[in-house]
Design a binder for this molecule. Structure first.
Ligand SMILES: Cc1ncc(COP(=O)(O)O)c(C=O)c1O
Length: 442
């Protein structure tokens, strides 16, 4: 079959047989799917060899490129040993080693890893564990949660209940438990003349006001540390996390760090919370942990939390499970990912890269129709000054035509490329983005 026919045939079959995520399927009539035949490094290829630079790391999961030879080799070796075994009553080398290495990365303070599959399942685990901890500790009334305005924590019912995105949440409101939202420390919301740090402190004050009244019913505060991704890469000062930690301790409320997007070096440190010199009670990790290869998520927690479940009574244990919990292949991909971090000193290398990339992106920052150009670690974002309600869709389509995979969130365009992107590729990304902008703004 000729390549162009293979492209077309796959699109037709997919639109019929696959219900695609986060998609109004009728829109595929005017904005077709992109067929992907293969990937290499930052590039995705269709059957005709048309290429796309994956500037959003395939929904923020890919760190070291598609078809990475080191992760491939580790997976092939693991396939010859063990693909999967249930984790209740059994264990295996990859899951033990991964737990030990992640615990070491958290300075031994989060030494107990509980495994899930996708990010949302980690959020469910953290919420349930927090509530159950308080119940086991004689405070069953602590059964409510607080999150930040404009937060995103996933689509399952518990995760959606602490999410604050109307488009995803409102339809399902009758199914969801209420949660409270406190103001987001998003630096763009600072008053004129107020620094982002001052604004972070002001928001922390509002968190304290909330907990002063509601602490007896509140189990945990859940936050996306430093960057609220899904609602448009809202970046904030680490001071908020520092203050939130102190306030949570004062009112006996857990702090859940949802690092599903911000973890694995994305914000410049391996865990984003490190930049506030704190330790959360629960840490949710997923996405990049397998280098973007396989679904794996986990919740790391403290000796204190673990100890509250350790008992002769079965019902005081955490009886949550998923069939693929701690999958051996996914854990092996995660270990290969951690090896690359260590062997190639990725955190330091990314720091140097980010300085060069920010310089390369200066042309965007200076563009007259671009506002709030900002950067944290390996994430760059800006707002486009346009009243076009179809901007995101038009930009996405125009970017594809210029070999770029970029998915704006509303008027926010962002780059979250795999860490293996080269200086030349980043420079090209900036140039193409300017060209796409020129096209969309006329
Ligand atoms: C901060 C955060 N939490 C949770 C999730 C949900 O993860 P998943 O889509 O793997 O369920 C996401 C996904 O983007 C996220 O960014």
């Amino acid at each position: 079959m000729p390549a162009s026919t293979r492209n077309k045939a796959l699109l037709t079959r997919s639109a019929h047989a696959v219900w695609h995520p986060c998609t109004q399927m009728k829109q595929l009539e005017t904005l077709p799917l992109v067929p992907v035949a293969s990937g290499k490094g930052v590039w995705l290829y269709d059957f005709e060899g048309r290429r796309y630079l994956d500037a959003v790391s395939s929904w923020w999961v890919n760190l070291f490129g598609h078809a990475n030879p080191r992760i491939n080799a580790a997976l092939i070796a693991q396939l010859g040993q063990l693909e999967h075994v249930m984790l209740a009553g059994f264990t295996h080398e990859p899951v033990v080693e991964l737990s030990e290495r992640l615990s070491a990365l958290a300075q031994g303070r989060l030494g107990h890893c509980f495994y899930g599959s996708d990010g949302a399942s980690a959020v469910e685990i953290a919420l349930k564990m927090s509530f159950h901890y308080w119940r086991n500790s004689g405070q069953p009334g602590k059964n409510e949660f607080v999150s930040l305005a404009n937060s995103y924590h996933g689509e399952t019912l518990g995760a959606l209940a602490v999410t604050d995105v109307a488009l995803f949440k409102d339809v399902y409101a009758p199914l969801l438990r209420n949660s409270a939202q406190v103001p987001s420390p998003d630096a763009r919301l600072a008053r004129d003349g107020e620094t982002c740090r001052e604004y972070a402190r002001r928001c922390a004050g509002m968190l304290e006001d909330h907990l002063e009244t509601h602490h007896a019913r509140t189990a945990a505060l859940i936050v996306e540390p430093l960057v609220q991704g899904a609602t448009g890469m809202a970046m904030y000062d680490p001071e908020y996390l520092r203050a939130a930690r102190t306030i949570c301790d004062r009112y006996q409320v857990h702090l859940i760090a949802d690092e599903i997007m911000t973890g694995c070096g994305r914000t410049g440190t391996f865990f984003a919370y490190e930049q506030a010199a704190i330790t959360p009670d629960f840490l949710c990790l997923s996405k990049g942990i397998t280098g973007g290869y396989l679904p794996l998520s986990l919740v790391m927690t403290t000796d204190r939390v673990y100890g509250a479940f350790y008992d002769d009574q079965v019902a005081r244990g955490f009886l949550h499970s998923h069939s693929y919990t701690g999958n051996a292949l996914a854990c092996r991909a995660a270990l290969a990912t951690l090896d690359i971090f260590a062997d190639d000193r990725i955190i330091a290398a990314n720091r140097a890269k980010a300085i060069r990339f920010s310089e390369a992106a200066r042309r965007l920052a200076e563009h007259p129709r671009i506002k709030c150009f900002r950067h944290t670690g390996m994430i760059w974002a800006f707002e486009v000054d346009t009243a076009d309600p179809m901007f995101a869709r038009r930009f996405y389509a125009a970017a594809l035509a210029r070999e770029l995979l970029l998915r704006p969130i509303g008027n926010t365009v962002y780059f979250m490329p795999p860490y293996v992107i080269t200086d030349a590729e980043f420079e090209w990304l900036v140039g193409q983005t300017l060209a796409v902008l020129g096209q969309c703004l006329t």
